[in-house]
Design a protein around this ligand. Structure first.
Ligand code: SAM
Length: 219
């Protein structure tokens, strides 16, 4: 990442941290149920390879109880107030699959290359300031033969929903996510990486609002 991009990302990370400090106490109430199908689908796809899984942007840890006890999950998040809730959940529910939870920026992961069998990031890409830099890091830490599993809202390309998303887009900093998120951000990134291939792209309930993408690191 260039110095200017790093400075912009740090500035925008501050917005994300502020937004999620506000969301943390009410996050589960607002988002546990509506986004549960995407979390379940992402966890099922990521854990079928077994082994060690990295959960990027683990938030309050709503997906942690969905992992089987036979995998090991490391969760990271930029927001300390969100991560603290994940730690409380893991302890309260005695989640033996949780190998570690720590505050970390997804664009600068403190893990060696190829450390994980799968990387999962439900509802994160629309939140991070620099999706391409984040995706590069996810691809770096997954093993060749491993998968990156993403779930996100992909923005409408036209019609009233596109208009509403564009209006909401002006409020991204206070919302803590980007309502407009064209598939091209992900599609162009995959196309630029000969070491990756898109394995699956599928709509997720409710109402196909979200999209699951499975990306394999082939070498
Ligand atoms: C919408 S929440 C999703 C949380 C969880 N995966 C879920 O399904 O409920 C997005 C999370 O991404 C985290 N996040 C945003 N930018 C990040 C970054 N650069 N590095 C790590 N986590 C980040 C936020 O703090 C927040 O907890």
């Amino acid at each position: 990442m260039t110095e200017t991009r790093r400075e912009i990302a740090q500035l925008e990370n501050a917005h994300v941290e502020e937004a999620y400090a506000r969301w943390a106490p009410v996050y589960d109430l607002a988002f546990a149920a509506v986004m549960a199908p995407g979390r379940r689908a992402a966890v099922a796809a990521a854990q079928c390879r077994g082994g060690l899984i990295l959960d990027v942007g683990v938030g309050t840890g709503l997906e942690l109880p969905m992992f089987d006890a036979k995998v090991s999950v490391v969760g990271v998040d930029l927001s300390e107030p969100m991560l603290r809730r994940a730690q409380t959940r893991a302890a309260r529910e005695k989640l033996l699959q949780v190998a570690g939870l720590c505050v970390m920026d997804a664009t600068r992961l403190a893990f060696p290359s190829g450390a994980f069998d799968s990387v999962v990031a439900p509802y994160v890409l629309t939140v991070v300031p620099d999706p391409a830099a984040t995706l590069d890091e996810l691809a770096r830490v997954v093993k060749p033969g491993g998968e990156i599993v993403l779930v996100n809202h992909v923005g409408a390309e036209s019609g009233p929903l596109a208009w509403i998303e564009s209006w909401l887009g002006q409020k991204s900093a206070s919302l803590g996510w980007r309502p407009e998120f064209p598939w091209a951000i992900l599609g162009d990134w995959i196309a630029s990486r000969p070491d990756l291939r898109l394995v699956e792209r599928r709509k997720i309930p409710p109402l196909g609002l979200f999209t699951l993408a499975r990306i394999e690191r082939i070498k």
